[in-house]
Design a protein around this ligand. Sequence first.
Ligand SMILES: [Zn+2]
Length: 452
Amino acid sequence: MTSADLALSGRIVLPEGISQGTIVVKNGQIQGIVELTAKVDTAVQLDCDRYFILPGVVDSHVHFRDPGSTHKEDFETGTSAAAAGGVTTVMDMPNTEPWVTSAEIFNRKMKLLKGRSNVDFALEAVACPGNISMLSGLNACRAVSFEAFTADVPEALLMNDDFILFEALKTVANLNGIMGFYLESQSFWEHLVPQLKASGRNDAEAFGEAKSPLSEATMMTRVISLNQAAKCNVVLRQVSTQLSADIVSSYKQRGVPIYVEVTPHNLLLTNHDLKRLKCFAKISPPLRSSQDVNGLWAALGRGTVDMISTDHSPHTAEEKARDEIWECPGGFPGVETSLPLMLDQVSRGRLDLPKLALLMSTNPAKIFGLYPRKGVLRPGSQADIAVVDLHREWEIRGSDLHSKCGWTPFEGRKVKGAIKYTVLSGKIIAEDSELTLKKQGLFVIKGGHRES
Ligand SMILES: [Zn+2]
């Protein structure tokens, strides 16, 4: 093979296992994978024999706060954090300002972000009671999913009515689209918060009690029941408890089209961390018990979990530095630390690299219709690649990360596993988690095609 742009030689993580070889890249695409001994005429050769070569991470759940709350994060800083963390495609959540409820707002947001992104990006839209008739328009704009928020959001955006939920599911099914659900019972929230406040509870654990495992499971069961008739492709966002995992497992065995997302923090932090970090660890759903964490890992092991996405949702340290749990905003950063944290779990023997690539790249690309241009290393795919060093040990520090917020709930955690190179469409955009080439990211539509 001659005149390649880039060649990477080393251990390549493929769906069928790990294989030695050289990935040959031309015009942003993987041209072929050849034997290590094959001579490749290439402009740039990366010798990766000490590393593993993975498909770039596809994070289907980030909140980059742009437009609206750019003092917390903006698209440049959020996608810098992504690139540094081996993430080559992000899907941005629609709760920016204004919330993405119409085609007009979607197009305005897309135009605002084009030309500023360091990784490829797709955009998600809202499904809410007032916009069911507008979902086909949003679909025509190439919204990658329709997100429903079932509790703890402003009333106009609240999806808590069974009839309207069913209408939305049927509408999105007819569009052959994807619906994502944040799962919580509004009824539990409305009753429990005043009770907890009246009894003087301001502590971190009170927040967890208001968003209990039963609250999550109740809403999840309603969505799944409705979807047995609507037959929409549904992503259950941030599934966080053993109870939820057990329930969804039984439905998945019956072939209901539902996909399960879990976050790195729900796999790695517990409600003890919420006690320790207080408002800094406040997020919805909340950090759960160690029994729930073990339940999620068991679900991951038996194949109930389809993907790991981050729910990267930063706020400033000032906004989080409060004592009263009800007063501070929920959410924290995660897009830059997700792959290193999961590599650390590989080092500990909790999962292997092909499974990690499946959960963090291949499955999200498939579920959201970007596969096989994204999510896999094979001829014809876009050359989105994360080269990782499984031997490097380092300590996570918020001040070293690229998110504008400058802090992390994983502060001080020692991990074994780091990102050596991030490659986007054949270009090296980060080396040793420092950006080498900026603003190469393009808007991505169904099929994984890019639009400049
Ligand atoms: Zn979120």
